[in-house]
Ligand binder design. Structure first.
Ligand SMILES: Cc1cc2nc3c(=O)[nH]c(=O)nc-3n(C[C@H](O)[C@H](O)[C@H](O)COP(=O)(O)O)c2cc1C
Length: 240
């Protein structure tokens, strides 16, 4: 743990001290553990058939539910699918939807085959988490009304505000990916299937107001991922 962090915190208000007391990262070298989990996580796309327990599913989703969200809206919903026959139906719908989506592109059949395989490999995992976004209710009603008078829809208003709804879902997904990895499981954050979201939502029979944001196949990794080359710090960071 960074000693500086603990000094700053311990000099803070009683409320913050309570926070430190309850904070699971306080003390020991747990912060190093977090760094190693963050740095060793990789996308996994092939899985062993071992099933994932409901307790594990709940712990993974619990991590997602603890993410920050715009206006604390917690604008997420999760559907965890283990049922192989349901996954087969979802993959079938997804493949059809992907083919329809790229229909006008006139792609070579071989390319189209590869495209649809890339978008449906999630169905080979023992568990697939479908992550949905519900409506984020912006806390400032006056501002919301003003956006409406200007003709903004909810979506365009969110976009003007920097898409806090989608960012919140992203934070939730990253929390889950790290938890999955910490458990010795693997996962892949997938957005390729989203082009077929109407078909997927129809098979899952979820409310029409839910928007499918990402699909996350989860399971025991069937291989060791290759090393990843990161960009140089100087390339991505400016300190002024
Ligand atoms: C928003 C988002 C969408 C992604 N969609 C897909 C996808 O549809 N299919 C896939 O195989 N990987 C997908 N990925 C995984 C990325 O390819 C992967 O994170 C990237 O190559 C870095 O590798 P790493 O996760 O092993 O660090 C997605 C990642 C993110 C963040």
């Amino acid at each position: 743990m960074n000693p500086q962090t603990s000094i700053i915190w311990s000099e803070n208000t009683p409320l913050t001290r309570k926070f430190i007391w309850q904070h699971p990262l306080h003390g020991g070298n747990k912060m190093e553990d977090l760094q190693s989990v963050i740095k060793s996580r990789r996308s996994i796309r092939k899985f062993l058939p071992d099933t994932i327990s409901d307790d594990d599913i709940r712990e993974i989703v619990d991590a997602g539910m603890n993410a920050p969200s715009g206006c604390n809206s917690q604008c997420w919903q999760f559907v965890a699918v283990k049922d192989k026959s349901l996954l087969g139906k979802i993959a079938e719908g997804a493949e059809k939807g992907i083919r329809e989506f790229y229909n006008d592109a006139n792609y070579e059949p071989a390319y189209m085959e590869a495209r649809s395989k890339k978008a449906t490999f999630f169905a080979n995992a023992p568990l697939v988490l479908f992550v949905f976004m519900t409506k984020l209710h912006y806390y400032d009603e006056q501002a919301t009304k003003y956006y409406e008078t200007l003709g903004y829809s909810h979506e365009t208003m969110m976009s003007a505000l920097g898409s806090p709804d989608i960012l919140s879902i992203g934070a939730s997904i990253q929390n889950m990916l790290l938890t999955i990895h910490q458990k010795g499981l693997g996962a892949c954050w997938m957005n390729d299937p989203i082009a077929a979201q109407a078909n997927i939502c129809s098979v899952l029979d979820v409310p029409g107001t839910w928007r499918l944001i990402s699909v996350i196949p989860i399971g025991k990794p069937a291989y060791h991922p290759r090393d990843k080359q990161l960009k140089a710090m100087e390339e991505v960071l400016i300190i002024r």
